[in-house]
Design a protein around this ligand. Structure first.
Ligand SMILES: Cc1cc2nc3c(=O)[nH]c(=O)nc-3n(C[C@H](O)[C@H](O)[C@H](O)COP(=O)(O)O)c2cc1C
Length: 236
């Protein structure tokens, strides 16, 4: 299984350890090939809001040299993992900065068919609060990239670092990760034949109708046309 991980912090803290446990559990079930990115090391820019990705293509993004290898690794993966500790009830700023750069491939712009058969997992870790909001931010990206099957790991660890987590909680995390590893492995194995999310179908039909009338962003429209989606070709 090919796995691409976007680590929302550089820190080998609780989030990193939870994700690492999951990778270990998956590798006990089958052979894995893991590619990891760390933020902000591997993508250190904020979106400048130039609209260039939307209007002229993602290769014209001023930060394309950092964005393109990440997109290529996402495209290659069977399983995509996004992780973040909770910072101020949401994802880390560096993860949000990356997710902003990837809006061009949302279903509402230029959906990437290579994302349609993937399994995605979000990882959020908090001292106490903010898991839902943080998870939603990551899940929104997976959802709007058109990822087929999504899971979420949410851990309230009541700690500032991994070594401070109680034995009881660690035992629980270990069990959670073993379960998640099984679910993710089954989902990847069955992905080709499993049904896609209803949201994706509805969104696609809505956007198709909008794209037909779209005379304000020909880059987006041409993408839909080139895939034959405006003439009835089904994407999933
Ligand atoms: C800048 C910053 C903001 C934080 N904001 C919150 C918060 O809003 N709610 C909360 O319960 N914990 C918050 N925390 C605590 C972390 O989410 C928590 O300790 C988490 O487990 C750290 O994950 P890590 O070890 O992977 O870095 C914050 C920590 C930092 C450094």
């Amino acid at each position: 299984m090919k796995i691409t991980v976007i680590n929302g912090t550089m820190r080998h803290g609780s989030t990193w350890h939870c994700k690492d446990l999951l990778l270990e559990k998956i590798s006990q079930l089958e052979e894995t090939q893991v590619r990891e990115f760390y933020l902000p090391k591997d993508m250190s820019n904020f979106c400048s809001g130039c609209f260039s990705c939307f209007l002229k293509g993602e290769d014209t993004c001023p930060h394309a040299d950092q964005i393109q290898p990440i997109v290529a690794a996402l495209e290659e993966a069977d399983l995509v993992i996004l992780t973040s500790s909770v910072y101020g009830l949401d994802v880390s700023g560096q993860l949000k900065a990356l997710l902003d750069h990837l809006c061009f491939m949302w279903l509402s712009h230029r959906p990437n068919p290579k994302m349609f058969n993937k399994v995605g997992i979000s990882f959020a870790t908090t001292a106490g609060a903010g898991l839902s909001h943080t998870t939603k931010t990551m899940q929104n990206s997976l959802k709007f990239w058109g990822v087929k099957k999504r899971f979420a790991s949410k851990q309230a660890v009541a700690a500032m670092k991994w070594s401070d987590i109680s034995d009881k909680k660690r035992g629980q995390i270990e069990k959670d990760m073993a379960q998640l590893a099984k679910k993710a492995t089954v989902a990847v194995a069955n992905n080709e034949h499993s049904a896609g999310p209803l949201f994706r179908k509805i969104m696609f039909v809505m956007m198709k109708n909008m794209m037909k009338k779209n005379d304000w962003n020909l880059t987006d429209r041409n993408h839909w046309e080139a895939h034959g989606w405006l003439n009835g070709t089904k994407p999933f």
